[in-house]
Design a protein around this ligand. Structure first.
Ligand SMILES: Cc1ncc(COP(=O)(O)O)c(C=O)c1O
Length: 375
């Protein structure tokens, strides 16, 4: 018998694989009842009807390979953002681009930095390359840019900043990022991961907050890659379409590392149609803002600490055993995500803001669950 562990590098054997929010069907089988999934920060209103139509139309031609260069969507994104198509790379979700960036720029002896309590794909893609993954301490559940700067050394190649951050929902001020970038040495590239930018922009306008200068950096060809996705406000998580924007030369290197035909024809068609439906996005972000406020208040009233959110989910600290609470919620038909394991916060869970009806059901279940926990 072959001992496969002898063939696989030690750093790969040590990797933890990505653990997604529990799929609804699995939870329903476990709990024996219908469940609402509020665990993966998806758009609870579904995809735009225009996207559904476009996907149906494109389905008739799936006997053909898709356009490897995703030409039409790339051109449209460049036009919307007033940048060159060479500065845009569309991939199978932004996670795929995180992977590509790591394989292009990292390797043994090099490192990437982010903060504790950040997106769990960052350690996975970094460590897969054999590079070191460094987590700086947080401040108020968010990034501490000074501590991240202090961790930079000659071997640093990437810094990941999720803005807003997943799982804590915190935001970084655009001016603070300006100052941060000015202080970075020239061998470091900053990934500004703006998966939740539609939600954040809405909150920022409402609260008079300077959210992001990310596209200015791209237009100035600075050492920044901005990540966006169609998985969140656009409601297309199952289609797997995301993109990055950055210096043309760098994006060209990333393009060489992309698997052939990575983005499906259905994905490109759906994303193009979703871009055209601004009403759908507007409804999602507007309802989200109102519901996030309501949920924050109601959850806080139950004695649970909620980190103020700038996105479509809430980070809630319940005390010792958040995983236990999540199991009780699932048996009551609600799937949320506990933050133990790689997320690093066993006392917390994260709940995605749902439709108004879903949120009421969640609050009812949470109230029942909390009343079962001895004080
Ligand atoms: C911060 C952040 N970045 C990137 C992604 C990846 O999104 P996708 O691969 O679906 O585009 C997510 C998804 O949850 C996220 O929370």
């Amino acid at each position: 018998m072959t001992d496969f562990s002898k063939l696989v590098p030690a750093h790969v054997q040590k990797l933890a694989s990505y653990k997604p929010g529990k799929p609804r069907r699995q939870a329903e089988l476990e709990s024996g009842m219908r469940c609402i999934k509020m665990a993966s920060n998806e758009n609870p209103f579904g995809p735009s009807p225009l996207a559904i139509e476009a996907i149906k139309a494109a389905a008739a031609e799936v006997n053909f390979y898709p356009d490897n260069s995703v030409t039409e969507l790339t051109a449209r994104l460049a036009e919307i953002q007033r940048i060159e198509p060479t500065q845009v790379l569309v991939t199978a979700g932004s996670s795929a681009l995180l992977d590509i960036m790591a394989w292009t720029l990292l390797g043994p002896g090099l490192n990437a930095i982010t903060s504790k309590l950040s997106f769990i794909v960052y350690p996975i893609v970094t460590r897969a390359t054999g590079a070191q993954f460094i987590e700086a301490p947080t401040v108020d559940d968010g990034y501490d840019l000074d501590r991240i700067l202090a961790a930079v050394d000659v071997n640093t190649r990437l810094i990941y900043l999720a803005n807003p951050n997943n799982p804590t929902g915190t935001i970084l001020d655009a001016n603070a990022i300006d100052r941060f970038l000015d202080r970075l040495p020239s061998h470091v590239i900053t990934v500004l991961d703006e998966a939740y930018c539609d939600y954040a922009s809405y909150f920022a306008a409402e609260r008079g907050f300077a959210y992001s200068h990310a596209l200015d950096y791209v237009r100035q060809e600075r050492r920044v890659v901005v990540l966006r996705t169609f998985s969140k406000a656009h409601g297309l998580a199952g289609l797997r379409v995301g993109y990055g924007m950055g210096p043309a030369e760098l994006m060209g290197y990333f393009a060489r590392m992309k698997t052939a035909f990575m983005v499906s024809s259905l994905g490109e068609a759906g994303a193009l149609a979703a871009l055209a439906d601004s009403d759908h996005i507007q409804r999602a972000v507007q309802t989200n803002a109102a519901e996030a406020k309501l949920l924050t208040q109601a959850i806080s009233d139950m004695g649970i600490r909620v980190t103020p959110t700038w996105t479509n989910f809430l980070f809630c600290r319940v005390g010792e055993d958040a995983a236990g609470l999540c199991r009780v919620l699932q048996d009551d038909g609600i799937i949320v995500r506990h933050m133990s394991g790689s997320w690093g916060a066993p006392d917390a869970f994260r709940v995605t803001v749902g439709t108004p009806e879903q949120n009421q059901q969640f609050l009812g279940a949470l109230k029942r669950a909390v009343s079962r926990i001895p004080a």
